[in-house]
Design a binder for this molecule. Structure first.
Ligand code: FES
Ligand code: FES
Length: 892
């Protein structure tokens, strides 16, 4: 008989349950209402079953076969499996496991891999039925599974491969080795597909405690008293931490230290994700029950919810460490008013975009393990483990050297894992108890705590001459950055810099303002402000095309940037400006769809790689040759599904000529390779050259006649530094260079007869595709995110609280909602990037909403200026949950 962990602390009437698991008879004692997922993961150590949204039953990562049928185990009480048979991937034969792992890798059907094991089990069941399903049927069959990374295109490719293999066909050969330009299979792809590679929540440590947070229920209130007495009295509770227990600096933050990891008595809570207390207990259930017993007395205050109100004189101050006006960015050149007056055509309007949720499939988790030598081993899944170390050390009041941080590659980030969530609380409770502590947020906590994509209001006036050539733009942007700075100021800075899109604009006056409010913080999210302004400027281009009597493709072709042109920020572009090639690449499809009589939309996009704007940025690498003939590849950047570790292996292979299989990527603080967050499409741009630098040194040793065995113990250091970018309004060496490089894209959206999106053609200048298949997959996934942004995704709040935590209502598209996506890779090499590459992570969804709006207007003549465009036939064709307008404070 198997019991639950830390058995003495379990209370309530236990029931004995008998069932078969993967062919073996099992008997356990459990609480009858225990979700099956908890028993599988915590008691029986079945880690291929993941936890993503329980008990919502809306993501599919927890699927197991119960009596042969796929069921989401978060929605099944363990008492219901009495006498039944359960199969998980651990119980599938080796041959079959290999088939699924190979098919997913051959098709590049996985990225972060968090959704994949659940899908694999569903697909096993599906393909075991013996039918050959069409792509549309496969998409419908996997409707219960959410994937935030892939856009489902290559998942369906993988299913087709599996169907063919089960019918006697052979899988395509996977690329097991190769340098840049090859579609090398994903590093650890097989282990991810089968759920073998661990995420933080899968790591069990002997003697481990479990954490739970107490979050503020109010967007603004004064904390009068925090009483932990009842929580501490619960059997199995080891510690309850509050602000009083923090030995170091309570305040953390990426740019400003304006975010307390615990809000103290006497202080205000500023949003509904603020942590008031945290509990460590013997089981997750006890921790949560005890957290509910922490008594907090609040004096409710009126929250500041409107950014325009927030920056008015006399508005209540949201954050004690900064005035409500978080940042102002301005770009100006030429006489805008005169240029507008002289323009043949002028359009103006207000475009507005919504707050959305990253909805990475893996909720935040952290594990802190005290080491015998007094250090703390922090397992993190964040987008910057060295930033975690800096902030955790500061909270603990310890030197950074006392914290060893290790990345466990995460189940999606998209910018939402840059800010700290529970790393500091986990570390503090491990210090307080002297025991390992693991925190795993549930979906509601995850959504409440981490920053979102900024809602922006964008007031545009843009002119052009008789020929449709742009003359001037006057643009005002206001962003709601919520309760904490995060990188909100930088996002609005980027929105302002990209406000004119990839177009020449002779005269411009751009102002971007970020404001604090008591709404959830907004920070980094894929696109970093460029998506929002792209929606507005592309709308202006369409309106000007109509006034000038030009085709929409033509007006863009006449205005796009070329080498030698000035970008909005004042930077003269010197190389790798592939926007015109992307326009030419989509032209045949654009013309053909129009000739068919389809409603067709088009939009262009630009997105810088890196932070730029004067930031000094690094990539650092260590290659460590080992006795066993393998080479550890140390980097400080985060793998979060984008394929970074695979790309870095390819860079090392390209330089050294050694086989890919000997490189072992490591992301930890063994070496000082910290390079800041993995953000802004910069990991490949920065880490790639640092690997090349180290690999060249290793190659030199090989060239000197040494063999790999002779190199054992040698460490090769590589570094790449970007220090020549300029802050807005500044010059360096006599020139403005706000950004190192830019990705460019043109996307075409074609609607069907009913106004639903039928296909997307996405042409992208990626500099050089280091791994073409993964590059294409990144863009497909981004298009999926862009379509959701355009049509269905939103996270409205009421009184500062998100009105829903339900995945279907948040509006992320399912496989059956995805149109055909055709990616065209354009390569205009970037001399400052590794082997000509530049970032591709974000640009994939920058133009999408604008292209959808363009197509919709071609369909029904309605120019939509607000996202999501739920009032459109394209959105109505998507059967997802809807949030009633009455449930929200304001439209966003
Ligand atoms: S459906 Fe069970 S965790 Fe999401
Ligand atoms: S690969 Fe599907 S959620 Fe990341």
């Amino acid at each position: 008989m198997t019991g639950l962990p830390n058995e003495p602390y379990r209370t309530g009437a236990m029931t004995t349950i008998n069932f078969r698991l993967n062919g073996e008879a099992r008997q356990i004692d459990a609480l009858p209402d225990e979700p099956l997922i908890d028993v599988l993961r915590d008691v029986l150590k079945i880690k291929s079953v993941k936890a993503g949204c329980g008990p919502q039953r809306e993501c599919g990562v927890c699927v197991a076969l119960i009596d042969g049928t796929p069921r989401v185990t978060c929605g099944v009480r363990v008492s219901l499996v009495q006498g039944r048979s359960i199969v998980t991937l651990e119980g599938v034969s080796d041959n079959e496991r290999k088939l699924y792992a190979d098919a997913f890798q051959a098709a590049a059907g996985l990225q972060c891999g968090f959704c994949t094991p659940g899908l694999v089990l569903r697909i096993k069941w599906l393909t075991d039925q013996g039918h050959t399903l069409s792509r549309a049927e496969i998409a419908r069959a996997i409707d219960g599974h959410l994937c935030r990374c892939t856009g489902y295109v290559k998942i369906i490719d993988a299913v087709e491969l599996i169907q063919a293999a089960k019918a006697g066909g052979a899988l395509p050969t996977m690329i097991e080795d190769g340098g840049v330009g090859h579609s090398l299979k994903r590093y650890q792809g097989g282990e991810l597909a089968l759920g073998v590679r661990r995420f933080v929540a899968d790591i069990d440590v002997p003697g481990m405690l479990h954490g739970a947070v107490v979050l503020s229920p109010h967007a603004r209130a004064r904390v009068i008293r925090i009483d932990t007495t009842k929580a501490l009295a619960v059997p199995g509770v080891a510690a309850v931490a509050t602000a009083r227990d923090v030995p170091g600096d309570r305040w953390v933050g990426q740019i400003y230290s304006d975010w307390p990891c615990f809000v103290a008595e006497g202080e205000e809570v500023r949003y509904v994700g603020d942590v008031v207390a945290a509990v460590a207990a013997e089981t997750p259930r006890i921790a949560r029950e005890a957290a509910a017993l922490v008594e907090v007395t609040y004096e409710k205050l009126t929250p500041v919810l409107d950014p325009a109100e927030a920056i008015r004189p006399g508005a209540p101050r949201v954050n004690p460490r900064h005035e409500n006006l978080l940042s102002v960015t301005r770009y100006a050149r030429g006489d805008v008013e005169a240029a507008l007056d002289a323009s043949a055509h002028v359009v103006s309007g207000v475009w507005a975009t919504q707050r959305i949720e990253h909805l990475f499939l893996e909720p935040e988790a952290a594990l802190a393990v005290p080491l015998p030598d007094g250090r703390l081993h922090l397992y993190s899944q964040s987008q910057g483990i060295f930033e975690d170390r800096r902030q955790v050390a500061s909270v603990l009041g310890e030197p950074e050297a006392r914290i060893f941080v290790e990345l466990v590659p995460n189940g999606g980030g998209f910018g939402g894992k840059e800010d700290m969530t529970i790393q500091a609380q986990t570390a503090l409770l491990a210090r307080m108890t002297g025991r390992p502590v693991r925190f795993v947020l549930n979906r509601e906590e995850s959504i409440r705590m981490h920053p979102k994509r900024h809602p922006l209001t964008m007031d545009y006036t843009v002119g052009c001459d008789e020929d449709g050539r742009l003359t001037a733009a006057r643009i005002k942007i206001l962003g709601d950055s919520g309760a904490y700075a995060s990188v909100g100021g930088k996002v609005i800075e980027r929105a302002a810099g990209h406000a004119c899109g990839p177009y020449r604009m002779p005269a411009l006056a751009i102002e971007g303002i970020a404001a604090y409010t008591n709404n959830p913080p907004c920070g980094a999210m894929r696109g970093f402000g460029a998506n929002q302004t792209s929606f507005a400027i592309e709308g202006c281009l369409d309106l000007l095309a109509a006034k000038a009597g030009l085709d929409r493709w033509e007006i863009r072709f006449r205005n796009v940037l070329h080498v030698g042109d000035m970008f909005s920020t004042g930077q003269i572009l010197e190389k790798s400006v592939g926007i015109e090639q992307t326009l030419l690449a989509v032209k045949p499809a654009y013309d053909a769809a129009r000739a068919e009589g389809r409603a067709v939309g088009i939009a262009c996009g630009i997105k810088n790689s890196g932070i730029g704007n004067g930031a000094i940025e690094y990539g650092r690498c260590r290659l460590v040759a080992r006795q066993d003939g393998t080479i550890d590849l140390h980097t400080g950047f985060t793998e979060m599904g984008q394929g970074l570790l695979t790309i870095l292996i390819q860079c090392a292979v390209e330089v050294t000529g050694l086989p890919a299989g000997i490189f072992r990527p490591q992301v930890n603080s063994l070496f000082e390779v910290g390079s800041g967050h993995t953000t802004g499409s910069r990991a490949t741009l920065l880490a790639g050259p640092s690997v090349v630098d180290a690999a060249r040194k290793l190659r030199a040793d090989l060239d000197s006649g040494l063999g790999l065995a002779d190199l054992a113990g040698r460490i090769y250091a590589g570094e790449y530094r970007i220090d020549d970018t300029t802050a807005p309004g500044e010059m360096k060496n006599g020139k403005i260079k706000t950004h190192t490089t830019f990705g460019f894209a043109t996307q075409v959206v074609v609607l069907d007869e009913s106004g639903a999106v039928q296909r997307v053609i996405a042409a992208h200048d990626v500099g050089r595709a280091l791994n073409p298949q993964q590059c294409e997959a990144q863009i497909e996934g981004a298009v999926h995110m862009g379509l959701g942004y355009a049509l269905t995704e939103e996270l409205p709040c009421k009184d500062g609280m998100p009105v829903t935590f339900k995945l279907r209502e948040i509006g992320v598209l399912r496989a059956q909602h995805m149109p055909e996506v055709r990616v065209i890779l354009v390569e205009d090499p970037e001399p400052e990037g590794p082997f000509g590459a530049k970032g591709v992570g974000e640009i994939g969804l920058v133009p999408t909403a604008g292209a959808v709006a363009s197509a919709l207007e071609a369909f029904d003549g309605v120019r939509r200026t607000r996202l999501p465009m739920k009032d459109s036939p394209a959105a109505r064709a998507i059967n997802l949950g809807r949030i009633p307008d009455a449930d929200r404070d304001q439209w966003h």
